[in-house]
Design a protein around this ligand. Structure first.
Ligand code: ATP
Ligand code: MG
Length: 655
């Protein structure tokens, strides 16, 4: 059990206020890198340590497997999750899946639909629509969006008309496909549940008073990280979990809402205190992650958003010491950009930055190819996060098929550990004890070993998982495109990078049409604002080194057809040179000092007001004794300089 001092160790007064708040609703509204995730894990530790809840009564949820893993590892470090403790930290989907497995009525059988596209394709054919693979994916995403937004087939046409939403096919046709798709998943007493159904059905089950009473006696304390990304359907589940209770802590940053296309909305975060008038609201502004230089760029970028929701005007105040100025780089074409980035990475590695502390972030996964090639050529190890690549590898598709078939069998040997069963299924596919010879066999073996290590991690992390649950969790990770962690430079999409941090971050391909993506440019201002938030998420992943690059043409083309992203327009990457506050990036009318260049509000943070007031009264007293109306030597400007510990202009003192 963590001791009290350890719980408050390394927390600032506002973070402590959130941690120590009494049981009940708490909302932490704060910018990137301000310690939201640190704060909630410590709050959980505090609630346990002070005897207010048992570890097993806490359910902490977030939205991606990676973020849930991050939460669990921080809770483990506090000794309250993993094998030694039992706080549940999961994605919404994993928590819903667990709940369904436990409470689902015996007379109905169900399984998780691992790929909805064939079912959507059949429904589209049934509706007489001619689809391409792209429009099929759009249809599937549209159905996902509607379900996440609690919109059914019947209400769909009206809802999209009211929202003036672009639809992949006429609204009535989409509604038709949606309806057929939903029916196709039901076959008598057997149901196929897609990813979104997990949430819908989990909430539905809690309408049953017996289930609700049982669930609510098990879980008494709820925590949500990245609350800005909750969808209405997930919010419904959260409310069903809570019932009449209000022991809920949420943390989020509306400036990091980047999934509105999938139904996420920051409205629940921003409305939290209206919903819970007794809630304790904590705002954090100190950024502990990034250097003031990175913070200044982030502040400038987000300040440019056209539409800023009230409550999101939080300026980050950098707490770290100074670092390198963020570096922009323009390249003639994509290939040169990839090689330029690889060369720069090599340089960082040679200077001592470990490859695992470096990330290359791009807007869409298709951009990763050229960076993969350039890194391979330069002999730099890398891993791709959030790409489809891992779970679409032939051997992994085969392995998942075999695992799913095995999970369906009734004759599984009971109490055999799930990891053993997984190994037994994977062995005939090429998972031998030692690395085989031959390039193909070796590649297969590596993939299967990576899958095996995901399983080992999973069962170590969540003891008590059964074999079918392990397989279902793997299916969810495939759906989320989760990639096993390996050492090396991380290549990831901006979406996949949320909540994470690296010493050095390369934001690449920063051109109009890419960031913001062309569909957003076509869709209009609010879509462009979402792209801006995505760019902000990318910038705020960097602890120290930030590289921003773009290329003027496609590879192999000599014609410059591209333009640098609009989000860098007017952004000063080196606030030290140009009269901007080094903390928040605000433009300074008249920078007073090159050494500590700060705007009024950031300076106030640092002012020693007690010293100012002591000096003022000494000055008044001194002037009175000398019979002066005003003090002739110690000017206000000098007083300010002393209070702010910066060099003062002392010419008025004479020699
Ligand atoms: P994001 O919005 O990106 O999810 P966050 O608000 O959750 O960020 P954390 O990841 O909790 O921020 O913290 C950012 C970094 O700052 C982490 O490395 C964390 O350990 C560190 N940190 C947080 N609070 C403090 C503090 N009071 N003192 C020193 N370091 C801190
Ligand atoms: Mg966080």
């Amino acid at each position: 059990m963590p001791d009290h001092h350890r719980i408050l160790d390394g927390l600032d007064p506002e973070q402590q206020r959130a941690v120590l708040a009494p049981r009940g609703p708490v909302c932490v509204l704060a910018g990137a890198g301000t310690g939201k995730t640190r704060t909630i894990t410590r709050r959980i530790a505090h609630l346990i340590d002070s005897g207010q809840v048992n570890p097993s009564q806490v359910l902490a949820v977030t939205f991606t497997t990676r973020a849930a893993g991050e939460l669990r590892s921080r809770l483990r470090a506090l000794g309250i999750a993993g094998p030694g403790g039992s706080v549940q930290a999961q994605t919404f989907h994993a928590a819903a899946l667990r709940q369904l497995r436990y409470f689902w009525p015996r007379e109905l059988s169900w399984e998780l639909l691992d790929n909805k596209l064939p079912v959507v394709a059949r429904a589209a054919r049934h509706a007489g629509l001619a689809t391409t693979s792209e429009s099929l994916r759009d249809l599937a995403s549209e159905i996902e969006w509607a379900k996440a937004s609690l919109i059914g087939p019947a209400g769909y046409p009206e809802a999209v008309a009211a929202l003036r939403r672009d639809t992949p096919f006429p609204a009535d046709a989409v509604a038709d496909v949606f309806d057929t798709y939903e029916r196709a998943k039901r076959d008598g007493a057997h149901l196929l549940l897609d990813f979104d159904d997990l949430i819908v059905y989990a909430a539905e089950l809690l309408r049953e008073p017996r289930v609700a009473a049982d669930f609510r006696s098990r879980y008494r304390c709820f925590v949500v990280d990245e609350y800005q990304d909750i969808t209405p359907v997930q919010q419904g589940l959260l409310e069903a979990w809570l019932g009449e209770r209000d022991n809920l802590t949420v943390v989020g940053d509306a400036n990091q809402t980047i999934y509105t296309f999938a139904g996420a909305t920051s409205r629940f975060l921003l409305d939290f205190t209206r919903r819970y008038p007794d809630a304790i609201l904590v705002r954090l502004e100190r950024d502990y992650r990034s250097t003031p230089e990175v913070v200044a760029v982030a502040n400038q970028v987000i300040a440019g958003a056209g539409e800023r929701v009230p409550g999101t005007r939080l300026e980050l105040v950098g707490q770290r010491s100074r670092g390198p100025v963020p570096r922009p780089a323009e390249f003639a074409d994509e290939l040169r950009e990839a090689h330029g980035v690889a060369a720069q990475i090599k340089h960082l590695i040679n200077a001592g930055t470990p490859p695992s502390e470096i990330a290359v972030l791009y807007r869409v996964n298709a951009q990763s190819d050229r960076f993969e090639e350039a890194l391979t050529e330069a002999g730099i190890p890398y891993q791709i996060r959030g790409s489809e690549a891992f779970f679409t590898r032939t051997e992994i598709v085969q392995a998942m098929g075999k695992l799913r078939a095995a999970a369906q069998r009734d004759d599984l040997p009971a109490g055999v550990a799930p990891a053993h069963l997984v190994r037994a299924v994977l062995a005939p596919l090429g998972l031998s004890e030692s690395e085989p010879a031959g390039a193909n066999a070796k590649a297969r073996w590596e993939s299967l070993s990576a899958l095996m290590s995901v399983v080992s991690e999973m069962v170590a992390d969540q003891p008590g998982l059964t074999f079918p649950r392990v397989v279902a969790e793997l299916t969810m990770r495939a759906e989320e495109r989760h990639t096993p962690t390996q050492a090396g430079v991380t290549l990831a999409s901006l979406h996949a990078a949320k909540g994470l941090e690296w010493d050095a971050v390369f934001l690449v391909g920063l051109t109009e049409g890419s960031v913001p993506i062309s569909q957003a440019i076509d869709a209009g201002p609010s879509a462009i604002d979402e792209e801006r938030r995505l760019f902000y998420v990318g910038i705020t992943r960097a602890r120290e080194h930030l590289f921003l690059s773009w290329s003027l043409s496609r590879s192999g083309s000599s014609r410059a057809t591209r333009k640098r992203t609009r989000f860098l327009e007017g952004i000063d990457l080196d606030p030290r040179r140009s009269g901007r506050c080094t903390v928040c990036g605000a433009q300074l009318v008249n920078p007073e000092s090159r050494v500590r260049q700060r705007c009024g509000s950031c300076r106030v943070e640092e002012r020693d007001e007690a010293l100012v007031s002591a000096l003022r009264s000494w000055r008044a007293d001194h002037a009175r004794r000398r019979g002066m109306a005003e003090h002739a030597v110690l000017t206000d400007a000098m007083l300010d300089a002393i209070a702010e510990r910066r060099p003062a202009d002392t010419r008025s003192l004479g020699d």
